[in-house]
Design a protein around this ligand. Structure first.
Ligand SMILES: [Zn+2]
Length: 59
């Protein structure tokens, strides 16, 4: 029989693109969570630097 895990909602990080699961610390604002970590939220994640941030692009 397959091992049953408690179902947790998942999202994809907007910075590094990796899926991450619900955490207790996000219980209050899960709907507004977009990043897997504070580093990604602040744009400090190495993977986040690959893409060009439209807001940082200068004409
Ligand atoms: Zn991330």
């Amino acid at each position: 029989m397959p091992h049953r895990k408690p179902h947790l909602p998942e999202k994809t990080c907007a910075a590094c693109g990796r899926p991450f699961a619900w955490r207790r610390k996000w219980a209050r604002d899960w709907e507004s969570v977009r990043y897997c970590s504070e580093a990604c939220r602040d744009g400090r994640h190495p993977a986040a630097r690959k893409g060009v941030d439209p807001q940082r692009r200068r004409p």
